[in-house]
Design a protein around this ligand. Structure first.
Ligand code: PHE
Length: 359
């Protein structure tokens, strides 16, 4: 500053800055706005600081009143600033609390109960029925060896049934005989190998075959195997058991039809059908107009199989069956495409809520 400062002008500036500062501080709505106001009023470039710096240039006589007023104004501004800051901090705290507030009177969020998969529902029902008839439920490995999946079941290496049951072989060093089981029948062998007769077991589980994926076929599907071996078991027992089972599962009016068929591990062997539970056997789209639904195979355990596990075929006889239940589940629940059973779409699965829960 070149011209000597004017003390009256300085006093006017101090009063004006006090008024301006008090109103700016009062107007600040946030801590950030208040900090900007502080810089504008008390900062190095603010008029107040200009007056403060010029004090040294005033005459002895002028310096007293101007200096005193400067101190009063600074104190007034600083205390107003401090009060406003405290008020704004309280306010900020309050709005943070408000934003975080938990309304303890709101209703809680319900956990939606899960549901059993439609295949699980049918599987539990099947096992329940056989358990009531005195059968034991066992499960077996999905990775099998050729002995259990084929040889012991009277399917020698050159038998065409091996090609019909084409599957995936595992790439395990020194174990070229490992494969994904093509049916649940290997558990007939494992069960008999592990115990003497009598045997009454059912075996639900996944099986694998080299199939094209379509609406009706998957390379992975489900079978339940049944095996009964004891003295004096006949073909009539097989038919009676299947009929009792089908009626318990699909309705009291169901009939079972066994027609000659070939499986190397049974003799005689039968294709196993149940009267259609959609039309009652009159013929409809589901049963392709025949009145019958194909469910799998069955027959009397082949003497070669009994011999392979060390059972005496002269003393013991038995029956076995293998039923696919993906199709039963689909018809039962009106599922149009087998792939829905694999997609794990929650919208699909939720429809089975509350079903089969007792099993
Ligand atoms: N394992 C046979 C199949 O998958 C079905 C079957 C089981 C046939 C038991 C007879 C006896 O085709």
């Amino acid at each position: 500053m070149t011209a000597p400062p004017d003390p009256d002008q300085a006093l006017r500036t101090l009063d004006a800055e006090l008024a301006r500062g008090l109103s700016l501080f009062a107007e600040a709505r946030t801590i950030e706005e208040l900090e900007l106001a502080e810089i504008g009023v008390l900062g190095r470039k603010a008029p107040f600081s200009g007056v403060q710096r010029s004090l040294g240039e005033l005459s002895q006589e002028d310096r007293r009143p101007v200096g005193q007023r400067t101190n009063e104004v600074r104190e007034a501004l600083q205390s107003a600033l401090g009060e406003r800051r405290a008020a704004l901090e309280v306010q900020r705290e309050r709005s943070l609390l408000e934003a975080d507030r938990i309304d303890v009177t709101l209703p809680g969020r319900r956990l939606r109960p899960g549901s059993l998969h439609p295949l699980t529902i049918v599987q539990y029902e099947i096992c329940d029925i056989f358990t009531r008839m005195g059968y034991r439920v066992v499960e077996g490995p999905e990775v099998e060896d050729e002995w259990h999946n084929f040889d012991a079941l009277n399917i020698p290496p050159d038998h065409p049934a091996r090609t019909m049951m084409d599957t995936i072989y595992l790439d395990v060093p020194a174990r070229p005989d490992l494969l994904l089981r093509t049916h649940t029948s290997p558990m007939q062998i494992r069960t008999m190998e592990a115990q003497p007769p009598p045997v009454f077991v059912v075996v639900p589980g996944r099986v694998y075959r080299n199939e094209e994926i379509t609406a009706k076929n998957m390379p992975v599907f489900h079978q339940v195997e049944g095996l009964a071996v004891d003295e004096g078991i006949t073909f009539a027992d097989l038919k009676g058991t299947l009929q009792t089972f089908m009626r318990a599962l699909l309705g009291p009016d169901r009939e079972v039809r066994l027609t000659p068929s070939f499986f190397p591990f049974v003799e005689p062997g039968a294709q196993t059908e149940v009267s259609c539970f959609v039309c009652g056997g009159k013929g409809c789209r589901t049963c392709a107009g025949t009145g019958w639904l194909e469910t799998g195979g069955s027959g009397m355990v082949h003497p070669h199989v009994l011999e392979a596990v060390g059972y005496d075929p002269e003393r013991y006889s038995g029956f076995a069956f293998g039923l696919g239940y993906d199709r039963l589940a689909m018809i039962r629940f009106g599922i149009p495409d087998i792939r829905l059973l694999w997609e794990s779409d929650a919208r699909f699965l939720q429809q089975f809520q509350g079903l089969g829960a007792s099993a």
